[in-house]
Design a protein around this ligand. Structure first.
Ligand code: ADP
Ligand SMILES: N[C@@H](CCOP(=O)(O)O)C(=O)O
Length: 305
């Protein structure tokens, strides 16, 4: 079995832990049951750094899913071709988790029925700790996610044509766990009220009226508190916004996401890669068989520049 999982950009400014967008940049992962042991091979992003055994995040998500299904196989082998940069705010950990959950469901007889799509979202969100990346990764498009007993839920909405994501990806990494540790336990009521209003406006702007994206992407819940830990990211967001571009920190950073096109000739300066990406509307896609020649190419699949 194999699965293609999209990169995602969470928060989108004011939608902390709730809003997310699936992007046209993908990891391809194949899995099969073997007589014993857990083996993981990695090509592309993370090759030579990630573990090759049970500790690998895809393997951990597969184990958790097999457990939920009550069907642990004797062993399994996983092949990953990674194109989503890791620890940059583009949802690489959610992509790995969703890949593991979907592969395990596909490898167990009736797995996708016994653990249905809603339960798969709940499990993936539980492993990740927040639902805003796993939701668009599973469903595609622009998602609004929330948590209520018994767990995460989400809806996917269609994005207006004029929305053109560009990501500015820096060399340096930033772990989501560290960026979450920078957040305060409480925020001023005025900041919460402003941000709630902009998050509501953002749903309208992204789906129907992109001309409102600049005011709709104002956030007071997380970006300001995280700025000291990623000053270059904060400066780039400010420069783009000053030029009229609806730019935000992508996820927990340090990547910057622009939802509208930067002005002709705009340069983020040195140390940034600039990629124009499409919006993924399918979410994770499972297919039979191993990875083919195209899926094994670690550079292609999605990037427009
Ligand atoms: N494709 C992957 N395979 C295995 N582990 C991964 C993968 N992608 C991310 N991870 C793990 O998740 C960590 C990054 O997660 P996180 O800090 O949430 O960043 P991101 O914004 O990229 O999701 C990596 O350091 C690695 O431990
Ligand atoms: N809401 C989370 C989103 C983290 O996204 P990631 O792509 O950086 O993992 C947060 O802001 O902490």
């Amino acid at each position: 079995m194999r699965v293609r999982v999209p990169a995602t950009s969470a928060n989108l400014g004011p939608g902390f832990d709730a809003l997310g967008l699936a992007l046209g940049l993908y990891d391809d992962v194949a899995g099969e049951v073997v007589p014993d042991g857990v083996r993981v091979t990695v090509t592309g992003q993370g090759a030579g750094e990630l573990p090759d055994d049970e500790r690998h995040l895809v393997a951990r998500a597969m184990r958790a899913t097999f457990e939920a299904l009550g069907a642990q196989p004797p062993g399994f082998a996983v092949e990953c071709v990674n194109r989503i940069p890791q620890a940059r705010g583009l949802g690489s950990s959610s992509a790995a988790i969703v890949a593991g959950v979907q592969l395990a469901r596909a490898l167990v007889a009736d797995g996708a029925t016994r653990l249905d799509d809603a339960a798969a979202l709940r499990l993936a969100a539980e492993i990740e700790g927040h639902p805003d990346n796993v939701a668009p990764c599973l469903l595609g498009g622009f998602t609004v996610a929330w948590t209520e007993p018994p767990g995460a839920r989400a809806v996917s909405l269609t994005v207006a044509e004029a929305v053109r994501p560009t990501v500015f990806v820096p060399e340096q990494r930033g772990l989501t766990s560290a960026a979450r540790a920078a957040l305060p336990a409480t925020v001023p009521h005025g900041d919460a009220a402003l941000t709630a209003g902009r998050a509501a406006l953002l749903v309208h702007a992204l789906t129907a009226e992109p001309a409102l994206l600049l005011p709709a992407t104002v956030d007071r819940l997380h970006q300001g508190y995280r700025a000291a830990g990623m000053p270059e990211t904060a400066a780039l967001v400010d420069a783009l916004r000053a030029a009229g571009v609806a730019a935000v920190v992508s996820g927990a950073g340090p990547t910057v996401l622009a939802l509208t096109e930067p002005p002709e000739g705009f340069s983020p300066g040195t140390g940034w890669q600039t990629w124009r990406l499409g919006i993924d509307v399918h979410g994770a896609r499972v297919a039979r068989g191993r990875l083919g020649h195209a899926e094994r190419d670690p550079v292609a699949a999605g990037r427009k520049s």
